[in-house]
Design a binder for this molecule. Structure first.
Ligand code: S3P
Length: 175
């Protein structure tokens, strides 16, 4: 892709849609740095995500998440994978929108259920029921993304290629 494209690429979408795996492949194809905000949160807190939720609750997790998003989004030529709940917060969304192109990854519910495990704090107490309810609740927020790419049945390589194609078309003013 031409060097005209200098904004960050920011990945959002539900848990299990492949934001981190796609983000890594995409970054290496672009020659850009990859940042995973969940990973940064874990480093800053010195605890795993389930531990942060267990010990300090979701509100604390969201505080660190917001801080990390502020820190990383102002960079450039970054592929940033955000946690599935980050875009729900309006301030996070505005920072993401100002500093990058937001791509939402989606996948069919059954595939998400296969990809995620029981360690996800927000899916405790009935994985499939929780996935459906949360997906419905979050739909309007994910629609704020500039583009949406379905990942069902696709490898991270294929999804990364699709994102690059979309960005090229956009750069050429075709979409
Ligand atoms: C969350 C998604 C998780 C992680 C945390 C909360 C969410 O990230 O940030 O458990 O609210 O959807 P992934 O989407 O990378 O799994």
């Amino acid at each position: 892709m031409s060097s005209k494209f200098s904004k960050n690429i920011i990945l959002t979408g539900f848990m299990g849609t492949g934001k981190s795996s796609t983000g890594k492949v995409l970054a290496s194809k672009m020659g850009w740095e990859f940042i995973d905000t969940d990973q940064r949160i874990v480093e800053q807190a010195g605890l795993s995500i389930p531990e942060i939720f267990d010990k300090f609750g979701e509100t604390y997790f969201r505080e660190i998440e917001k801080k990390v998003i502020k820190e990383v989004a102002s960079g450039s030529h970054l592929v940033i994978a955000t946690g599935g709940g980050a875009i729900i917060d309006i301030e996070n969304y505005e920072i993401m929108k100002r500093n990058g192109i937001i791509i939402c990854l989606t996948a069919e519910e059954d595939e998400i259920a296969k990809r995620v495990d029981d360690s996800r704090p927000l899916l405790k107490g009935g994985r499939s029921g929780r996935i459906r309810a949360l997906m419905r609740e979050r739909d309007t927020y994910y629609r704020r993304a500039d583009f949406t790419v379905d990942t069902t049945g696709k490898s991270p390589y294929v999804v990364a290629e699709e994102i690059i194609d979309l960005l090229s078309l956009r750069e050429d003013g075709k979409i």
